[in-house]
Design a protein around this ligand. Structure first.
Ligand SMILES: Cc1cc2nc3c(=O)[nH]c(=O)nc-3n(C[C@H](O)[C@H](O)[C@H](O)COP(=O)(O)OP(=O)(O)OC[C@H]3O[C@@H](n4cnc5c(N)ncnc54)[C@H](O)[C@@H]3O)c2cc1C
Length: 455
């Protein structure tokens, strides 16, 4: 049996970040990462083909989260960052079969054709609607506070992040910070305005930028993995708490440690943690999406901006598409443009059963109605990531209560994909907290953040 100070299960961005922060805060500790696959990075993986650079999973993260910024500074990656500022890039909603710009600033929202004057007026009713104590789906919550006519916009925002169904996701699990604001001020608008007033002199206020790298997002995990003790192809199959330590079994080996960090996607952890206490659900639902990578010659006219999203009511095959080479021009070779279109999601897993040729044809038909693209692409590739995005649905508050109890009673640290969030910035924040708790030998409480909604 191999003994160490800290074992981290999973070498995705969560496990790698936890190891990085531990090395920084408690350099005397021996930290070993156990990773199932033969590569690090988990969902983060870049794809290069014919001079185009695409992503299997995440396409970037925003530059407004302290833990991620600390990682970039510590590793020197800050100097390599490529930024696409939200303020300079439009986002579009597919609305009535056409792309319409989404207003990014409150005053622009007053003139947007996406909402009728009555729908805009109805949003103000939020000022008088009393908050409900009980959890609701995001659809119920947004419809009650702001009116049903804003729902296509909310749907698009949710499918752009969770590729989820807003009629199933829990508002308490997805936006706990916003809910606290709603309860504190009695209205979301009042709370948001009050926060904006408090942050008036904050030099960091304003819209953030999307970050990526000239070698793709994989660059972050490659750099983070340097000099760490990572055991690849070492899937943990069983865990046990003895009087003195944690014992983890893989098929061939046994590892033990004083401290344990579980940095797996929520379902991976639930499966192993069931040996300590039965979880409230066997599995959290997962939404899978495929990325259809389309490279065209620059005869293709892509509107300036990040891309578009299509709410379910538009009944389109494609969930939305990123105008990747608009955001980061080096993602296409000279004379080319790159679009990455997303298919599937919580509502349409059946589309993932289609073969590549059918998916590409259906996506191209869909895009041809919205964009002016050449007949034939230079590159057409369907990337089919194995994992999906965990969905924080109505059972999720019970899942979080289970985690809290287990952390307190069994004394382990649980972070990773789909516990308190799904974005990279959520992962680095939770991983940092696990490292701080281990380094300080105590458990800190963190305030729920009010996460801004970006389309
Ligand atoms: C299609 C898609 C698009 C996304 N887009 C964005 C985006 O644009 N922006 C953004 O911020 N976020 C995005 N995300 C979310 C982002 O990818 C995740 O927040 C992040 O990658 C999760 O990191 P993680 O380390 O917690 O989990 P993972 O990346 O899943 O890593 C977990 C690791 O644990 C390993 N593992 C699993 N089981 C075991 C075991 N039993 N023993 C040992 N190791 C094990 C796995 O092999 C894996 O390497 C997207 C995700 C997906 C799937």
């Amino acid at each position: 049996m191999e003994n160490t100070d800290v074992l981290i299960v999973g070498a995705g961005v969560s496990g790698l970040s936890a190891a990085h922060f531990l090395r920084k805060m408690a350099p005397g500790l021996n930290v070993v990462l156990l990773e199932k696959s033969q590569r690090v990075g988990g969902a983060i993986r870049s794809h290069r083909e014919q001079g185009f650079l695409a992503e299997w999973g995440p396409h970037g993260f925003l530059d407004n989260a302290p833990a991620s910024q600390e990682l970039l500074q510590d590793t020197g990656l800050e100097a390599e960052v490529k930024k696409a500022p939200l303020a300079d890039f439009h986002r579009y909603l597919c609305h009535g079969g056409k792309l319409v710009q989404i207003p990014q600033k409150p005053l622009r929202a007053l003139t947007t054709p996406l909402l009728s004057p009555a729908a805009k007026f109805r949003i103000l009713a939020d000022l008088w609607i009393r908050p409900l104590a009980e959890d609701q789906t995001i659809g119920q919550w947004a419809g009650r506070r702001f009116g049903k006519r804003v729902l296509p916009l909310v749907d698009a925002a949710i499918s752009g992040s969770f590729s989820g169904d807003f009629n199933r996701l829990s508002i308490d699990a997805v936006m706990p910070g916003l809910r606290q604001l709603e309860h504190q001020y009695g209205s979301v608008l009042k709370g948001v305005l009050s926060r904006a007033r408090q942050q008036k002199n904050d030099p960091k206020k304003g819209l953030p930028a999307m970050i990526n790298f000239s070698q793709g997002l994989e660059r972050v995990v490659t750099v983070l993995a340097r000099d760490l003790d990572i055991r690849l192809q070492t899937p943990v199959e069983k865990l046990e708490r003895t009087a003195e330590c944690w014992q983890l079994a893989t098929r061939e080996d046994l590892f033990s440690a004083r401290e344990l960090v579980m940095a797996l996607p929520v379902n991976g952890s639930l499966g192993l943690l069931a040996a300590l206490a039965p979880p409230p659900v066997e599995r959290v639902p997962v939404s899978r999406i495929y990325n259809v990578v389309l490279g065209f010659s620059d005869e293709g006219v892509i509107p300036p901006g990040f891309g578009y999203l299509a709410p379910e009511c538009e009944q389109r095959f494609t969930l939305g598409a990123m105008f990747s080479s608009r955001m980061f021009p080096a993602r296409a070779p000279a004379g080319g443009v790159l679009i990455e279109a997303l298919v599937g999601g919580r509502r349409h897993p059946e589309r993932l059963e289609l073969d590549d040729a059918e998916i590409i044809t259906r996506v191209r038909q869909d895009l041809a109605e919205l964009l002016d693209l050449p007949q034939e692409p230079l590159l057409a590739r369907v990337l089919r990531p194995e994992g999906g995005i965990p969905q924080l649905e109505m059972d999720h508050p019970a899942v979080l209560a289970y985690r809290r109890k287990l952390e307190e009673q069994a004394g382990l640290h649980i972070c990773g994909f789909g516990w308190d969030g799904i974005g990279i910035n959520d992962m680095t924040r939770a991983a940092r907290k696990a490292a701080v708790d281990i380094a300080q030998g105590s458990r800190g409480e963190e305030k729920a953040e009010v996460k801004p909604v970006y389309f």
